[in-house]
Ligand binder design. Structure first.
Ligand code: ADP
Length: 534
C-alpha cells in the first residue's frame, strides 16, 4: 500500500516533469527554458530516488538508492547559476568559466556509489531508513548553499539594469527560491534537529514551489501561459490520483470502472488544455490586431487633423471672395448670377461645417479639444439661432418657433461657442429631416435637487426608428431613412454628445418611430465642472 507521502511524492514528480516539459515546449531554443527543464528533471529525480529509498526492502538496495539521491541535486546549483547568466538577458560567459562552474558536478559524480557519499543505510520497519552520510555529503550541502546564494546575489545585481517586467521576473525567481529554501531548511534541518525526522521526506517536495516560481518567472511576459500551466498541473494531479485509484482496489469491477473514469478524464483533460491553448492563441492574436488598429486609428486621426486644417484655409478664402462679389466690389452682377452665387455659398458653408466637424473629431480623439467657460444668457443664444434658421425653414415651408420660458432663465456657465454649435446642429437637423409641420425650440429650468436647464428641439419630421435611437450619437452613424440627404456625415450628434458631456450634461432623443417626429433634449447644470480640454 502507498502511504500519503508516497502519493504526494508521485504527484509532485509528475507535476515537476509537466512544468519542465511545459517550459521546454514553450520555447525549446531558449537556454533559460532548457535550464529550468533541467532543474525540474533533477528535482523529479531527487524525489524519485528518495521515494525508492523509503520503499527499499533491503539495506543494500536502500544504500544504492540513497547514494543516487544526490545525482539530481548536484546538477541543480549548476543549472541555477547558469540561469543567472542567460536570464532575463544573456551575458557573455567564457567556456572556461562555464567549465569551472560545472566542475563540482564532475568531482561528485565519480564518488556517487562510494561510502564517501553515503556510508551506510539501515532499514527500520515503520520509520524512515537511518542514513549515515559520508563527508562528501556535507561538502555537497556547502556547494548547494554557496551556489544558491551566489545566484540570488547575481540576479539581484542584474536586476538593477533590468526593465520593470524583468525585475518582476527576477523577484519571482528570488521569492520562490527563498520560500522553498526556508521551508526546506525548516523540515530538513530545524525539525530534524528537534528530533522529528519524518518531516525530512517533505524537503524534496518543496522543489515544486521553486520550479513553479522559475516557470512563472520565465513565462511572466505572457501571463496567459500561466493559465495553461495551472490547467496542465491540475489535470495532471487529478489524472494521477485517478490512475492510482485503479490499483488501490482489489475488485475487478471497481478497477474496470476506475479505468474508464481515468480514460474519460484523460480525454477531457486533453480537450480542456487544447481549448485553453486555443483561447490563449486567439487572445494573443486579438491583442496584436488591437495594437495595430490603435496605431492605424491614431495615424488616421492625425491625418484628419492635418487634412482639415489644409482644407479650411481655401474654404475660408472662397467664402471671402463670394462675399466680396455679392457686395459688388468687383462690379455690378446680374440677378441670375447672384442666385448661382448664393448656391455656391450654401455649398461652401456646408463644406466649412463638415471640415469643422472633422476637426472637432480629430481634436476629440487626440484629446486636444479646449474649453472656455463663461456666463451665458442661454435664452438669447437660442433666440439668435432660431433667427438664423428662419430663412432656411421658410424655404422648406416649415414653421420654426422659439417658445420662451415662463420665467426668465438664470445665467449658465458654459463654453458659448461650443454649445452654440450643438444647438445649431440640432436645429439644422430638425429642418433637414422634416418635410412639413413645425419645429419648436424650448428652454426651461428643471430642478432635481440641483438646478439644470433643459433645452428641447422637437420636429414633426421623419422620426427615428427605435433600434436606431442609441446608434445615432455614435461617430459616422446615420439613420436608415436619410439616404435622401447625402450631404450629412453622421458626425454632428457625436460631437454634440461629447461637448454636452464635457459640460456634465446629458443629451438624448425621444421619437415615436419612423415618420412621427422626434425631440432632442439637452440638459445642462447651471455650473458645469470645468474640464480644460477633452
Ligand atoms: P448627419 O445629420 O450629418 O447625418 P448627425 O450626427 O447630426 O449627422 O445625425 C446622425 C443621424 O441621426 C442622422 O443621419 C439621422 O439619421 C438622425 N437624425 C438626427 N436628427 C434627426 C431628426 N431631427 N429627425 C430624424 N432623424 C434625425
Amino acid at each position: 500500500m502507498l502511504s500519503l507521502i508516497h502519493l504526494i511524492s508521485i504527484i509532485i514528480i509528475v507535476a515537476d516533469l509537466m512544468l519542465g516539459i511545459g517550459i521546454l515546449w514553450n520555447n525549446y531554443n531558449k537556454k533559460a527554458n532548457r535550464l529550468v527543464f533541467g532543474i525540474a528533471v533533477s528535482s523529479a529525480l531527487w524525489i524519485f530516488t528518495n521515494l525508492m529509498v523509503d520503499i527499499s526492502k533491503t539495506d543494500l538496495m536502500a544504500l544504492r538508492w540513497s547514494q543516487l539521491t544526490i545525482l539530481g541535486p548536484i546538477f541543480m546549483p549548476f543549472f541555477f547559476l547558469y540561469l543567472s547568466y542567460v536570464f532575463p538577458y544573456k551575458e557573455k560567459i567564457k567556456k572556461i568559466k562555464l567549465f569551472l562552474i560545472f566542475s563540482p558536478v564532475l568531482i561528485f559524480l565519480p564518488f556517487l556509489f562510494t561510502r564517501y557519499n553515503i556510508e551506510r543505510v539501515r532499514i527500520i520497519p515503520g520509520e524512515i531508513p537511518e542514513v549515515v552520510p559520508g563527508f562528501l555529503y556535507s561538502l555537497f550541502f556547502i556547494y548547494f548553499i554557496i551556489y544558491s546564494f551566489y545566484t540570488i546575489y547575481r540576479f539581484f545585481k542584474k536586476s538593477k539594469k533590468c526593465s520593470h517586467i524583468e525585475k518582476l521576473q527576477i523577484s519571482y525567481i528570488a521569492g520562490a527560491t527563498i520560500i522553498s529554501f526556508l521551508i526546506g531548511s525548516f523540515t530538513n534541518a530545524f525539525l530534524l534537529l528537534m528530533g522529528i525526522s519524518r518531516a525530512s521526506s517533505f524537503g524534496p517536495l518543496v522543489t515544486i514551489i521553486w520550479i513553479s516560481g522559475l516557470t512563472v518567472a520565465i513565462l511572466k511576459h505572457h501571463l496567459f501561459n500561466i493559465k495553461i500551466i495551472v490547467a496542465e498541473v491540475l489535470v495532471a494531479v487529478i489524472g494521477i490520483i485517478l490512475f492510482i485509484q485503479i490499483f488501490i482496489t482489489d475488485k475487478t469491477s471497481i478497477r474496470f470502472f476506475n479505468t474508464i473514469i481515468f480514460l474519460l478524464f484523460c480525454i477531457f483533460g486533453y480537450l480542456l488544455i487544447r481549448s485553453v491553448l486555443r483561447e490563449i492563441k486567439l487572445k494573443e492574436e486579438l491583442e496584436a490586431a488591437n495594437k495595430e488598429l490603435k496605431r492605424l486609428d491614431e495615424a488616421k486621426t492625425e491625418f484628419l487633423s492635418i487634412a482639415s486644417h489644409q482644407l479650411r484655409t481655401p474654404l475660408t478664402a472662397i467664402k471671402g471672395y463670394i462675399g466680396m462679389i455679392e457686395e459688388g466690389i468687383y462690379g455690378e452682377i446680374p440677378e441670375k448670377v447672384k442666385e448661382i452665387l448664393n448656391k455656391v455659398n450654401d455649398s461652401n458653408e456646408r463644406l466649412i461645417r463638415l471640415v469643422n466637424s472633422l476637426l472637432d473629431i480629430s481634436r476629440l480623439e487626440l484629446g486636444r479639444m479646449e474649453f472656455e467657460f463663461e456666463k451665458v444668457d442661454i435664452e438669447e443664444m437660442l433666440e439668435n439661432i432660431v433667427d438664423e434658421f428662419h430663412i432656411a425653414a421658410r424655404k422648406k415651408g416649415l414653421k420654426l418657433v422659439f417658445e420662451h420660458p415662463k420665467e426668465k432663465l438664470p445665467e449658465i456657465t458654459i463654453d458659448a461657442l461650443k454649445m452654440r454649435q450643438v444647438f445649431l446642429n440640432l436645429v439644422d437637423n430638425a429642418i433637414k429631416y422634416t418635410y412639413e409641420g413645425e419645429i419648436i425650440v424650448k428652454a426651461e429650468l428643471k430642478d432635481h435637487g440641483n438646478e439644470r436647464i433643459r433645452v428641447s428641439v422637437s420636429d414633426t419630421g421623419m422620426g427615428i426608428a427605435r433600434n436606431e435611437i442609441d446608434q445615432i450619437f455614435k461617430i459616422y452613424r446615420r439613420g436608415t431613412g436619410v439616404r435622401l440627404f447625402p450631404e450629412g456625415s453622421g458626425v454632428g450628434l457625436y460631437v454634440a454628445k461629447k461637448i454636452v458631456e464635457a459640460h456634465n450634461g446629458k443629451i438624448w432623443v425621444k421619437s415615436q418611430g419612423k415618420g412621427r417626429g422626434s425631440t432632442f433634449y439637452v440638459e445642462l447644470p447651471l455650473k458645469a465642472k470645468k474640464p480644460n480640454h477633452l
